[in-house]
Design a protein around this ligand. Structure first.
Ligand SMILES: [Zn+2]
Length: 452
């Protein structure tokens, strides 16, 4: 039975709404640890998810057997009917423009045409790039994936898209009086051409580790902090972006609940989440078939928008903006970010540093914690430097900083005029490839401290 017919049958049986998302995946991943091939996985996989809304109940069934799609659709309808009986809260889907479109994100060099041996050789070359004196241990990862998706909805959208993504992740560890680790990823949507940037990143990681091994422990207390574009991006994603996710907002689990139109940051701060730029978290349509578009979450300090799928847009009486993403066909889409960016400002880096009497310049992140309800964060920087009297003086290690997200955003006093975007994976029960970045950001009065 054709996808369209399955949807028509569900609607005839009383479904309020339904859609099918069919996916074909091709993936290669390999890990080279200390020069030895630890794992290599190659796979083709296909499947689909049927989602049915019946009154106020949802039924979502994923299957790896496309022959059994009709059966899956019946099970989804049954689940939705059961769900409708036991769910008190009314629900709905906000309207979106429908599209019939086919989009391919291009690969200059198709990674499917590159032999796995060549991909492994690239990791080996990267391994031999690292100087053993500094990097006692290396963990180098290569991943590529091509997904072909077809999404068809009962209200008339039918979109097809091909998204290739490639990622190389470099983690190296060294030892002096302490053990230190440096890591960096390189990649985007696109093809094997993206591997050309891997050696530049290897150099960055090695330099970072060298600095960390001779670094001192940081001062603590309130001081100025300059975040590099990658760390600023991670901050925008983790501390602010998650709080701007429509599902957390509509359920009251966000410090941004009820604050639309209010000043939540310094007026030089504009934060956007944009799936349409050329980056790792990009996509042409979301997993409900809604056309991707830029979301300006904060506009010159004012809270302007949330990231919204159709259901949460309905709940909040707002416009959906392509915020629904699913890890693959086994799971239903959730509200997710794409590429989260702090818009560049007007200063240059030297001007930013000159403004700091005493502070820390922190680069790249190595994890942390946030609470979207309380609006608090704690981050660890991978690399950091002490700034004294407007000059960068000594490398620091184990730097962490924390605070209240909105108070911190109000204390942003300078942003450089540049745009660098890093890559990452966001976890929210499901994994999503994301990008984050912007310019260097200077914040006053941040609580900085060392960590164990
Ligand atoms: Zn995240």
């Amino acid at each position: 039975m054709r996808l369209q017919q399955i949807l028509e049958k569900l609607i005839e049986q009383g479904a309020t709404y339904c859609d099918i998302r069919k996916e074909v995946w091709n993936r290669t991943s390999m890990t080279l640890k200390d020069g030895d091939l630890e794992a290599m996985v190659q796979g083709d996989e296909r499947g689909a998810m049927v989602r049915v809304l019946y009154d106020r109940g949802w039924g979502c069934v994923g299957t790896g057997d496309l022959q059994k799609l009709e059966e899956a659709s019946e099970r989804a309808l049954l689940m939705a009917k059961k769900g409708a009986k036991y769910k008190k809260e009314k629900t709905g889907l906000a309207d979106v423009d429908t599209h019939t479109e086919s989009v391919k994100i291009p690969m200059k060099k198709n990674f499917m045409d590159v032999h796995p041996e060549e991909k492994l050789d690239l990791l080996k070359e990267l391994h031999s790039f690292f100087d053993e004196e500094t990097a006692n241990s290396t963990d180098l990862r290569y991943n590529d994936s091509l997904v072909k998706k077809e999404i068809i909805t009962s209200d008339g959208s039918h979109v097809k898209m091909e998204i290739p993504r490639l990622l190389i992740y470099l983690i190296i560890t060294g030892k002096s009086d302490t053990i230190q680790k440096a890591s960096e990823g390189v990649g985007s949507t696109g093809g094997y051409e993206l591997t050309e940037r891997a050696f530049d990143k290897a150099e960055v990681v090695q330099e970072r580790l060298k600095n960390l091994l001779k670094a001192k422990t940081p001062p603590s207390g309130k001081m100025s902090l300059i975040m590099d574009p990658h760390l600023a991006g991670v901050f925008a994603h983790e501390a602010f972006g998650h709080a701007a996710e429509g599902d957390l907002v509509s359920s009251g689990n966000s410090c941004l609940y009820g604050k639309l139109g209010e000043k939540v940051a310094s007026e030089i701060v504009t934060i956007k989440d944009d799936p349409t730029i050329d980056s790792y978290g990009s996509f042409p349509f979301d997993d409900e078939g809604t056309k991707a578009r830029k979301r300006v979450l904060v506009k010159k300090g004012i809270l302007n928008d949330f990231i919204l799928d159709r259901e949460n847009a309905w709940k909040l009486d707002m416009q959906p903006n392509g915020g629904a993403r699913a890890e693959d066909f086994r799971v239903k889409p959730l509200v997710r970010m794409s590429n989260t960016i702090i818009e560049p400002g007007e200063m240059d880096f030297d001007e930013l540093v000159e403004q700091v009497d005493k502070g820390v310049y922190a680069k790249s992140s190595s994890g942390g914690q946030v609470s979207t309800v309380q609006g608090t964060f704690q981050f660890n920087a991978q690399e950091a430097y002490l700034i004294e009297n407007g000059e960068i003086v000594t490398p620091l290690r184990d730097v962490s900083f924390n605070g209240f997200t909105l108070e911190t955003l109000q204390n942003v006093i300078g942003i450089t005029d540049e745009m660098q975007i890093g890559i990452g994976h966001c976890g929210k029960g499901q994994t999503a490839p994301v990008g984050d970045g912007g310019g260097h950001v200077l914040i006053s009065e941040v609580t900085v401290g060392g960590r164990e």
